[in-house]
Ligand binder design. Structure first.
Ligand code: AMP
Ligand code: GLY
Length: 427
C-alpha cells in the first residue's frame, strides 16, 4: 500500500521509520518531511495545513492511508476532507480536534463528562477577566483558548503576573485570535504525567507512557520548549495510577465523545497532574507527542500499519500491540539559542559514526543543502536508544550524542537521569 505521513519533525521521522518496517507498505510519502525522512520516504513540499493540496496529492498518488502528525492539519479539517472523498486517514475530525484546538471546548467537555480537572472560568472580555482577578486567590493559571504554539499557558504567582497574562493574550493579542477567550483556572500541584491512547471512536488502546523534559536547561531551568528529551516507560505511572487515569479520564473521554456524536479517532493524549486528590486532566492533545513518540515507537514490536488500519476501520478491539520490555531514552539536540532566536545552516557531522542497531537518529530540523546535511530548525535531531534499563538506554543515547557535532549545538545532559526520575517520583 501507499502511505502518506503529514508533518516534518522528529515525530514524523519516527512514524515513517516504523511504517517502513511493515511488509504491507510499498511507498511512503511525507509532506513536507525533512532531510532524515528523505532517506526512507519521498518528501513532498506541501504545507501541513494546506489540506486541499494534500488531498489532491493523495488522490493523484493513490494513497491508501494517511497518518497525520501535527495538530495544525487536524484543526484545519484534513480528516473531514479526506473522509468525504473516501480516503482512509488516521486522526480526529475537526470537531473532535477541538479537544486540543480550544481549551474552552476541552474544559466544558470535561465538566459535562465529570472528568477531574482544575476548577475554571471562561472570559471573552479582558475587563471581566481583570475584574475577576481582583478577588481571586493565587497562584492561578491563565490560558489562551486557541492554539498558541505551546506558549499560551501562564502559571501566575500573583495578581500582577495574571494581569500581564490577560494583557498579552487579550489586549496585545500576541497569539492572535487564539486569545479571543481565556480560561482562568485553579493551579494544581503535583507531578505531571501524560497518557496516550489510540482510539477508533469506541475502543481504545493505551500505549506505553513517556516522560517529557520541557525546560531548555538541566534541572528543569529556563524557558519551556517543545520538549528536550523523553524516556519510556515513565516510572511514575505505575499500574494503579494508570488504572485510575484510564477509568477517570481516558475511558470517560472516549465514551463522552462517542455519546455526544463526535467519536474520537486517532491519538488522545491526556496531560495530567497527579494531585493528592488523584489524577486531574490539564489538557488534551489530539496527536502523538513530539518527542514522546521518538521514545515510544522504538519499543513497539507489532506492525504499526495493522494498528492504524484497525483504527480507521473501527475494529481496534481486534488488535493487540506488543511492546518490548526494554526502556528507551530520546535526547533532543537543539540549535543554540532555541527556544529563542537561533541560526540555521550549520553542517552536521558524525551521524555516520553511529552504528549501534538499537540507537536511532530521528531528524527534526535538518535540510539537505547541496549534498551537505545542515541544521534547519530549533530542535535539530532526536537521538533515541533502547537499553535493558533507563540508565543503560540513556548511556547509549548520550554515547551517540557525543559523536554528533555542529556549531552551537545544545542538548540537556540530564534526560532520564537519576535526579530527574527521582524528582518526578517524589514530587
Ligand atoms: P497545558 O498546555 O494546558 O498542558 O499547559 C502547559 C503546562 O502548564 C502544563 O504542562 C503544566 O505544567 C502547566 N499547567 C497547565 N494547567 C495547569 C494547572 N491548572 N495547574 C498547574 N499547572 C498547570
Ligand atoms: N512533547 C509535548 C507535545 O508533543 O505536546
Amino acid at each position: 500500500m501507499n502511505v502518506l505521513v503529514i508533518g516534518g519533525g522528529g515525530r514524523e521521522h519516527a512514524l515513517c521509520w516504523k511504517i517502513k518496517e511493515s511488509p504491507k507498505v510499498k511507498r511512503i510519502y511525507c509532506a513536507p518531511g525533512n532531510a532524515g525522512i528523505a532517506g526512507i520516504a519521498e518528501c513532498v513540499d506541501i504545507k501541513v495545513d494546506d489540506v486541499e493540496l494534500l488531498l489532491q496529492f493523495a488522490q493523484r498518488k493513490q494513497i491508501d492511508l494517511t497518518i497525520v502528525g501535527p495538530e495544525a492539519s487536524l484543526v484545519a479539517g484534513i480528516v473531514d476532507l479526506f473522509e468525504s472523498k473516501g480516503l482512509k486517514i488516521f486522526g480526529p475530525n475537526q470537531v473532535a480536534a477541538q479537544l486540543e484546538g480550544s481549551k474552552v471546548f476541552a474544559k466544558e467537555f470535561m465538566h459535562r463528562r465529570n472528568i477531574p480537572t482544575a476548577i475554571y472560568k471562561v472570559f471573552d472580555q479582558a475587563k471581566d477577566a481583570l475584574d475577576f482577578l481582583k478577588a481571586a486567590q493565587f497562584p492561578l493559571v491563565v490560558k489562551a483558548d486557541g492554539i498558541a504554539a505551546g506558549k499560551g499557558v501562564y502559571v501566575c504567582a500573583d495578581l500582577k503576573a495574571a494581569q500581564v497574562a490577560i494583557d498579552d493574550i487579550m489586549v496585545k493579542k500576541i497569539f492572535g485570535a487564539a486569545g479571543n477567550r481565556v480560561v482562568i483556572e485553579e493551579c494544581l500541584q503535583g507531578p505531571e504525567a501524560s497518557v496516550l491512547a489510540i482510539c477508533d471512536g469506541r475502543h481504545f488502546l493505551v500505549i506505553p507512557t513517556a516522560q517529557d523534559h520541557k525546560r531548555i536547561f538541566d534541572d528543569d531551568m529556563g524557558p519551556n520548549t517543545g520538549g528536550m528529551g523523553t524516556f519510556s516507560p515513565n516510572t511514575l505511572v505505575n499500574v494503579n495510577v494508570l488504572e485510575q487515569i484510564i477509568n477517570r479520564v481516558i475511558e470517560p473521554a472516549v465514551r463522552g465523545m462517542y455519546q455526544e456524536g463526535n467519536p474520537f479517532k486517532g491519538v488522545l493524549f491526556a496531560g495530567l497532574m497527579l494531585t493528592s486528590d488523584g489524577p486531574k486532566a490539564l489538557e488534551f492533545n489530539v496527536r502523538f507527542g513530539d518527542p514522546e513518540t521518538q521514545s515510544i515507537l522504538p519499543r513497539l514490536d507489532s506492525d504499526i500499519i495493522d494498528i492504524f488500519m484497525a483504527t480507521c476501520e473501527g475494529r481496534l478491539n481486534e488488535v493487540t500491540a506488543h511492546w518490548r520490555q526494554e526502556a528507551c531514552v530520546c535526547v533532543v539536540i537543539a540549535s543554540g539559542g532555541y527556544p529563542g532566536k537561533y541560526e540555521n545552516g550549520f553542517p552536521i557531522h558524525g551521524l555516520d559514526e553511529i552504528k549501534d542497531h538499537e540507537t536511532f537518529i530521528f531528524h527534526a530540523g535538518t535540510k539537505n543543502d547541496g549534498g551537505v546535511l545542515v541544521t534547519n530548525g530549533g530542535r535539530v535531531l532526536g537521538v533515541s536508544a533502547l537499553g535493558q534499563t533507563l540508565e543503560a538506554a540513556a548511556a547509549k543515547a548520550y554515547n551517540a550524542v557525543d559523536q554528533i557535532e555542529f556549531d552551537h549545538m545544545f542538548f540537556r545532559r540530564d534526560i532520564a537521569s537519576k535526579i530527574q526520575r527521582e524528582k518526578i517520583v517524589k514530587q
